[in-house]
Design a protein around this ligand. Structure first.
Ligand code: 8YV
Length: 313
């Protein structure tokens, strides 16, 4: 239970790791939606802010039920789950937590890629199941010398490149515009997919990138190609990806994000040329506490001064 706060009550949307929730409770009174209006709980019109996580969605309908809402603070860099234009129309500030999670997500991308190329999850199961005495484990693929295509060379994408270069790879990238970097720029995803051995998705989610990776792109990537996704599940046409993995149109995929999360019944869970993770790109103790600190600072600064530290542009 939190001590009385000098700030207006917040609606908490989503489940937070305990240390993050405790940090929030040190500063704010948090309410769950179903409790609003109940005895001893804030009324709907008393809620001045929402604190959430970037893998949750905030609907227009929810916003309309909170007439006093002034700020939506998400723990995370992505804000594709928030109706930004609608929030702006209603004068609601939206804040995220950029930069502080770049390293964690970049490490996850590299970890997933190596796990995929060297079949590390399968190797662990191979030893645990006692299969080693009877057979040799299948060969993997070397990262060194490969061409890696970065889809979305933003802050996280650049951190991924920094970590991949020591593995002696060639880098190319696709994005909205050419940047002042030494790597090859592709303004079309298909030629990039045809050029590289590996595609790493680290672009924002949302309408601009929805379904960007489809059957045609996967065909271009080819039977020796690999896909890593630490961006958003929405960036990939998941039925096309399943088909490409089953038909060996591509060699394999490592996925931390999915069209629907948590991933429920899906062919992806039955394939041995896939590495799966439960959207844990930023899920380290250090990173989540830095994100929480920034989300809290956004809220405090906004309520105190009317300005947040990292309002979404
Ligand atoms: C959040 C995410 O990091 O940051 C993002 O955009 O994809 C999420 O993984 C996470 O929900 C923070 O708790």
């Amino acid at each position: 239970m939190s001590a009385p706060s000098r700030f207006p009550p917040l609606l908490k949307v989503g489940v937070f790791p305990e240390p993050v929730e405790l940090a929030l409770l040190e500063t704010f009174t948090l309410a769950e939606f179903d409790d609003l209006g109940r005895e001893g709980k804030p009324r709907h019109d008393e809620i001045a802010g929402i604190v959430t996580r970037s893998n949750y969605r905030i609907s227009r309908e929810l916003i309309d039920q909170l007439p006093g809402l002034r700020i939506i603070s998400t723990n995370g860099v992505g804000y594709d789950g928030i109706p930004l234009d609608y929030a702006r129309q209603k004068g609601i500030v939206v804040t995220n937590t950029p930069e502080v999670l770049n390293e964690a997500v970049a490490e996850m991308a590299v970890g997933l890629l190596l796990a995929l190329l060297r079949h590390i999850p399968g190797a662990d199961a191979f030893v645990r199941e006692g299969a080693w005495p009877a057979m040799s484990f299948p060969l993997g693929t070397t990262l060194a010398g490969k061409k890696v295509g970065i889809v979305g060379l933003g802050r996280i994408g650049k951190e991924i490149v920094k970590r991949l270069l020591p593995f002696r790879v060639d880098v190319a990238y696709f994005g909205r515009s050419r940047q002042d970097v030494e790597w090859a720029y592709f303004d079309d995803i298909n030629p990039l997919a045809a050029y590289v051995d590996i595609l790493v998705l680290c672009c924002p989610g949302g309408p601009e990138t929805r379904g960007l990776i489809d059957a045609r792109v996967l065909q271009s990537l080819g039977p020796k190609g690999f896909l890593v996704n630490v961006a958003r599940g929405s960036v990939v046409n998941e039925p096309d990806l399943c088909r490409a993995l089953i038909d060996k149109t591509i060699a394999g995929a490592a996925l931390d994000v999915f069209n629907r999360e948590p991933l429920d019944a899906s062919p992806l869970r039955d394939l041995d040329n896939v590495v799966l993770a439960p959207h844990i790109g930023s899920a380290t103790h250090e990173t989540r506490m830095r994100m929480a600190a920034l989300a809290i600072r956004n809220l405090c600064d906004f309520f105190d001064t009317g300005r947040a530290v990292t309002a979404v542009a």
